[in-house]
Write a protein that binds this ligand. Structure first.
Ligand code: KG4
Ligand code: ZN
Length: 343
């Protein structure tokens, strides 16, 4: 079974073809990231306009690279939420139109859940039950999956997502957007124990909070230079030495990773899953991967690096699960976006 997946929830326009849920035939990604970098974050209007420009060529190329014509495609899967409204509208409208014109079944997919489906793409072969840590720019969630659609949300962030904290701390330190990769690189030169940042204490034992950590970095940076330049301000980062920036990046990354792994380790002890999946943009973080290997006794699997950040392949893989687990298809005339869709 071949599924065409379409993703447009944030700043990546992507389409992919997957055969039988795990064999990747194509994955085309166009990103407007460079256009947002100068603003230090995604500008929704710019993202939506870029999707309009990219969506048709990206879908065409994904079919071409997969060596497929329309008769070869058995279903279309598209992100219906969560995400930016204007961005979601472009992908869903394209998918709805194609489902009607080409007469294909259509699946509306939850983007956050789909990050986990990326971990099933070859050569990976995890099995259920699995525990997933989904960490991206918009989400930090811990979910126990008995099957792809039979899951229990154990905890989630109460404020900023962990990727968002990476992005904001990078901004404080004057490092380029997106913050995850730049913090990761900067941290390699720093001392992880130079600054002692707090771990948030929360009522829900598997919930997260990263807003306080970001503020703690800001306060420590202000104290270090003896000026309370507020955020966002270029002045603050200009006063920090390269060594200080590296130490801040390393100490922040250390606590962020420890916090994620503390919860993941306790949940693994409580639920005894067969596999642990770490997915979403932050799963590309090398320090997280190395530390997870050291701390977890359950086998851990990650999507391939290029499938950690947003892509159409994960949507196509989730579409295959939807078919396998008898989820109902959506009416292409009626599919609505759900910008605040939760799991
Ligand atoms: O999954 P994703 O592409 O988009 C969302 O669904 O949000 O994740 C993007 C997030 C950004 O916050 C980015 O800074 C973070 O993933 N990220 C990383 C790394 N690569 C991307 N965070 C830490 N380390 C990385 N290597
Ligand atoms: Zn994502």
């Amino acid at each position: 079974m071949k599924v065409l997946g379409i993703e447009s929830s944030c700043d990546e326009t992507s389409a992919a073809v997957i055969e039988d849920g795990t064999s990747l035939l194509s994955n085309v990604v166009a990103t407007s990231l460079d256009l947002h970098a100068q603003f230090g974050g995604v500008v929704p209007e710019i993202a939506a306009r870029s999707h309009i420009e990219y969506i048709t060529p990206v879908i065409e190329q994904s079919l071409e690279q997969a060596g497929c014509d329309w008769p070869d495609i058995d279903a279309i899967a598209v992100t219906r939420g969560p995400g930016l409204g204007g961005s979601l509208l472009v992908g869903t409208l394209a998918a709805r139109t194609l489902a009607i014109l080409k007469n294909k079944p259509l699946y509306g997919i939850n983007h956050v859940q789909a990050h986990v489906a990326a971990a099933f793409i070859e050569p990976n072969k995890p099995t259920f039950p699995l525990l997933a840590l989904i960490v991206s720019g918009g989400h930090s969630q811990l979910v126990y999956f008995k099957s792809f659609f039979d899951y229990k949300l154990l905890g989630q962030t109460q404020d900023d997502a962990v990727g968002e904290a990476f992005d904001k701390v990078a901004k404080i330190l004057g490092l380029p957007y997106p913050g995850g990769p730049s913090i990761g690189k900067e941290a390699l030169e720093g001392n992880r124990l130079a600054y002692k940042f707090p771990k948030a204490k929360l009522e829900g034992k598997y919930d997260f909070s990263f807003s306080g950590l970001k503020t703690a970095v800001l306060r420590a940076a202000q104290a270090e230079i003896g000026e309370d330049y507020s955020f966002p301000s270029h002045k603050l980062s200009e006063c920090l030495s390269e060594a200080q920036k590296a130490d801040f990046a390393a100490s922040f990354e250390h606590i962020a990773v420890e916090t994620l792994l503390d919860k993941l380790t306790s949940a693994a002890e409580e639920y005894s899953p067969a596999w642990i999946v770490i997915a979403g943009g932050v799963a590309a973080n090398q320090y997280l991967r190395t530390t997870a290997e050291e701390r977890l006794s359950t086998p851990v699997i990650y999507p391939e690096f290029k499938l950690c950040t947003d892509n159409g392949a994960m949507i196509a893989a989730a579409g295959y699960f939807a078919h396998q687990e008898n989820q109902t298809t959506v009416d292409p005339f009626a599919l609505e976006i759900q910008p605040s869709l939760s799991m």
